[in-house]
Each structure stands twice: as C-alpha cells, then as structure tokens.
Design a protein around this ligand. Structure first.
Ligand code: T3D
Length: 267
C-alpha cells in the first residue's frame, strides 16, 4: 500500500498532520498539497479537534515547492513553453495560506528541521511556531529567481520589520531557530531533546483554552494591521459582544470565582 503523503494522528483534542516525503525534505508536490488540504478541511470540520499541529517526518520540516514535480515545477511544459508559476501559486499556495489563516482552531507549526521557500512561509502562517534548535528557516526564493510566496511578502515585514524582511528575502541565508526566535520570526526555539514533549504540552494547553476566543484573537490581530485605533477598538467591542454572550466566558468567570480549572467547550 502507498504511504500517505500527510500522516494524520490524534491525541485527545489535538490533530497532528505530518508532511511525509522525507526523501525530498517534505517538499510540496501537487499530490501532497491535495492530501494536506483534505486533512486540514477534515480537522476544521471535526468539532472534537481543538488544536492542529503541522510538522514534518524525517530530518526536514518542508523544503518548499518540489522543484522536480512535473505537476507544479517551473520546468518547460510538454509543449515547449514555460510553465505558469503564477497558476501554481493560485491553485495551491494561495488556498493553503488562506486555509491556515481561517482554521477554526489554533494551528501550531512544529518545525523539526529545515523549512525553506514556501515551506518556511507555510510554517510562519501558523498561529504559534515552535522550532527545534537544529531547525532553520530559509527564504530560498531569490536563489531561483522568485519572490517570497505562500504569504512571505505579507508575513515577513509584519513579523520582523522591513530591514530584516528584506535581508532575509534578498540574501536567502539560512537562519537558525535560535536567531529566528531572537528576531521575533517565531515564538520559541527549544532543545532538540525536549522538542517533542514541548510541542505536545503546548498543543494540549492550546486545546484546553477557549478555542473560539483564540481564533477571534487571531482574526482581530490580523485585521488590526489595516485599521486605525478607533476602528480596532470597535472591532474589539464587536468581538467581545459576541464572546461575552457565549458559554466560554460564563465558564471562565465562574471557574475563576470558584477557584477551579475552567472547562471550555465553544468552537
Ligand atoms: O514552482 C512553483 O510552482 C512556484 C512555487 C514556489 C514555492 C517555493 O517553495 S520556491 C523554493 C523551493 N525550494 C527551494 O529552493 C529549496 C531547495 N532545497 C535546498 O536548498 C536544500 O535542499 C535545503 C537548504 C532545504 C536543505 O539542504 P540539505 O543539504 O540539508 O539537503 P539536500 O541534500 O539539499 O536535500 C536532501 C534531498 O532532498 C535531496 O535529494 P537527494 O539528492 O538526496 O535525492 C534534494 O534534492 C531533495 N530536495 C530538497 N529540497 C527539494 C528537494 N527536492 C525537490 N525539491 C526541493 N525543493
């Protein structure tokens, strides 16, 4: 039987999706995009899932586009013309980026090894990025004559500011996980030996938090980038109005007053 290109596993309310093409550092093919999309949709539609973790099998996280995949690679097409790289972005990477940013649960990128090109930006799209100390991030695009895609041009200046964004994108140097955390590109770097346990604890913790409020937080932070203060304050009021009428707020306050752990269930 053929191995899945995305390994799906469950632990309580945590769904883990592991990219599984280790021989090619889990680089994206059209087929892997299809499996990943299906797995993300399934997690989004399963009300038992309260946190998704994306990671890679083997020594890499994801090396971006598989540069040899005839379905997506920028080789000359059968008719002798050049392939439409923009069409591949529209078909695969734009929907992937929008899917990650609209997941109804928090998404953790557990970066176990090198994350290059669209693989790096796939990780950076996630809500919380935690990396093993031996992992690294490479905006590999300039080396092959492209610009950062899979959200890179939007994400990088927002995460690290224009100076570091341009340095990373133009030079395409390998950035170690420790430096990525120091720059604010990712949330946290942890020792390789502690990495699996750290990821497990982080995901379990997120799964126990009020999912709907976490997702509303992501939405409000993203929207605030385009708003002035007054509009952001109005957006906060609208969100609090909705969340304040929901179960999790009642439960959170009741648990605080009763000095007991809260049991959140909204999604
Ligand atoms: O094309 C479109 O449709 C547009 C979309 C573009 C989005 C993008 O992501 S563009 C950027 C694509 N990615 C890259 O340019 C990164 C290419 N890979 C590398 O630069 C290096 O592999 C790494 C720096 C990531 C890791 O280096 P290293 O020395 O640790 O490993 P390696 O030996 O280079 O790679 C191991 C194997 O994985 C190797 O195969 P082999 O020789 O053992 O059979 C290598 O060819 C393969 N591999 C790594 N990355 C890719 C890949 N195969 C296909 N595509 C890859 N992107």
């Amino acid at each position: 039987m053929e191995e899945s290109l995305v390994r799906v596993s469950h632990s309580g309310a945590v769904r883990t999706l592991a990219l599984n093409r280790p021989h090619a550092l889990n680089s994206f093919t059209g087929a892997m995009h299809g499996e990943l999309r299906a797995a993300l949709d399934a997690a989004a539609n399963d009300r038992e899932v309260r946190c998704v973790v994306v990671t890679g099998t083997g020594r890499g996280f994801c090396a971006g586009q598989d540069l040899a995949d005839p379905a997506v690679a920028p080789n000359r097409d059968a008719g002798g013309g050049t392939a439409d790289v923009g069409a591949a972005i529209e078909r695969y990477y734009k929907p992937l980026a929008l899917r990650i940013r609209s997941m109804p649960v928090p998404v953790v990128a557990a970066v176990n090894g090198v994350a290059a090109g669209a693989g790096a930006n796939f990780a950076l799209l996630c809500d919380i990025v935690v990396a093993a100390r031996s992992a690294s991030f490479i905006q590999a695009f300039s080396k092959i004559g492209l610009i950062p895609d899979c959200g890179g041009t939007w994400l990088l200046p927002r995460l690290v500011g224009r100076a570091h964004a341009l340095g990373l994108a133009m030079l395409g140097d390998k950035l170690g996980a420790e430096d990525a955390a120091r720059l604010g590109l990712i949330w946290k770097c942890c020792d390789d030996a502690a990495f699996p346990a750290e990821v497990e604890a982080l995901a379990a913790r997120l799964a126990a938090l009020p999912t709907r409020a976490l997702v509303a937080t992501r939405k409000a932070l993203d929207a605030s980038q385009e708003l002035d203060l007054a509009a952001a304050l109005s957006l906060e009021a609208d969100a609090q109005r909705t969340l304040g009428a929901a179960h999790d707020f009642q439960e959170g306050v009741a648990a605080f007053l009763a000095k007991r752990p809260a049991s959140f269930s909204d999604r």
